[in-house]
Design a protein around this ligand. Structure first.
Ligand SMILES: Cc1ncc(COP(=O)(O)O)c(C=O)c1O
Length: 385
């Protein structure tokens, strides 16, 4: 009879959701007391906060001085759509996908914008070989596939002298992975991911070549006001200084500033990257030590360090989806892991967010609970047989 005793130690914070992600360590609503609530975002106090959010983003992510950074509506989705609608159509397009969000961008380019794009997809757990991609076309891709746990290893395959633009959804990568700015023309992310901020606003980062495209290309389709970044063929520079297109939540802005200041206080990007790597390594080592669970990502070089996706490999499991669901439910009921079921369109399993706001001690404390929940469910299967 297997030992069914529950582990003695519990994660201090059971929040392992892949978005919105865990708040920064020590978070409390009191940290937001400086939010200029009830004031106009166009007043100096509001504009200064928005500008500071842009400046700190640039500082922590090492964004080059000649790249624009804008705060835009609609979270990461808003930022990606804004980029695709504004920039695509000027030259041939390649759309790359290795999980559901990337597939969503493919659908939008092909079915909504009706672009005759070359589409390259990899199954869950694998990635498209970037060496096969024609970077003289515009290329849209996701740096880290949040629902498959597979990421781009580095930007080496992207030529510095490419003729096309690279448009990169980096929402579950920014602040946890190094992004090669010289290889990326558009980078988007949401505050609700690696820094544990709030939804609603997206970040849109543009290279000088992306700005040049904006100023020289008029899309063949109508552009809603919420997407418009140019006026009379010139970039609206104010958007990239904190003059947002429409009204932002100053509470969410304050929350992002708190997270940015925490990021700075712990040592900036290298510290953020190291925290995510240590968290992911804890899960990888657990997988290596148990033959019934494995990383969905097949190649360690492209294994995500934020959205770590796991599959159960025990041959006794007949209904993989039901089993994974039962394990996730058991962990949630025990109060040790919230929101760790695989994404609805992904293969069944668990997804453990290991981004920079998560404490390594909490990931380590969770691992024996996964072992416990697995054994409980296997024993339930045996009892039912
Ligand atoms: C890779 C990726 N792209 C886009 C999104 C959508 O982000 P948002 O809900 O912030 O618009 C997500 C959310 O999880 C994501 O993981």
């Amino acid at each position: 009879m297997a030992d069914m005793t529950a582990p003695a130690a519990r994660p201090a914070n059971p929040r392992f959701s892949s978005g919105p992600c865990a708040k920064i360590p020590g978070y409390s609503l009191d940290l937001l007391s400086d939010a200029p609530l009830g004031r106009s975002h166009r007043a100096a106090v509001g504009k200064d906060k928005l500008k500071l959010a842009i400046d700190l983003t640039r500082e922590i992510l090492n964004v080059p001085a000649d790249y624009r950074i804008g705060i835009v509506p609609g979270s990461d989705t808003g930022a990606v759509e804004m980029a695709m609608w504004s920039l695509l159509g000027a030259r041939p397009v390649e759309m790359l996908a290795w999980e559901s969000f990337g597939e969503g961008w493919v659908t939008d380019a092909v079915k909504q914008l009706k672009l005759d794009a070359t589409v390259k997809k990899a199954p869950y757990g694998q990635i498209v070989d970037l060496a096969t991609v024609d970077f003289d076309k515009d290329v849209v891709f996701t740096w880290n596939g949040t629902t498959s746990g597979v990421r781009v290893a580095n930007g080496d395959a992207i030529p510095a002298d490419r003729a096309g633009l690279t448009i990169c959804d980096a929402t579950s990568a920014a602040f946890a992975m190094d992004l090669p700015w010289d290889k990326l023309d558009v980078v988007t992310f949401s505050w609700q991911k690696v820094l544990g901020g709030e939804g609603a606003h997206g970040m849109l980062i543009l290279s000088p070549r992306a700005v040049e495209r904006l100023e020289t290309h008029t899309p063949a389709w109508p552009m809603p006001k919420i997407f418009r970044m140019t006026k009379g063929g010139k970039l609206i520079e104010g958007i990239f200084l904190g003059e947002t297109i429409n009204t932002p939540s100053m509470l969410a802005v304050e929350d992002y500033l708190v997270a940015l200041n925490w990021a700075k206080s712990i040592g900036g990007l290298p510290a953020l990257v190291a925290r995510a790597e240590a968290n992911a390594r804890t899960v990888w080592e657990f997988c290596a030590a148990h033959d019934w669970i494995a990383n969905l990502a097949e190649d360690p070089a492209t294994s995500s360090t934020t959205s770590v996706c796991l599959k159960f490999t025990d041959p006794r499991i007949t209904d993989g989806a039901a089993f994974a669901k039962a394990v996730a439910k058991r962990l949630e009921k025990a109060g040790v892991a919230l929101d760790v079921g695989a994404y609805r369109d992904a293969p069944p399993g668990l997804r453990i967010w290991c981004g920079s706001t998560v404490e390594q001690s909490d990931v380590a404390a969770l691992m024996p609970w996964i072992d416990w929940a697995f054994r409980q469910e296997i024993s339930a299967l045996a009892a039912a047989a």
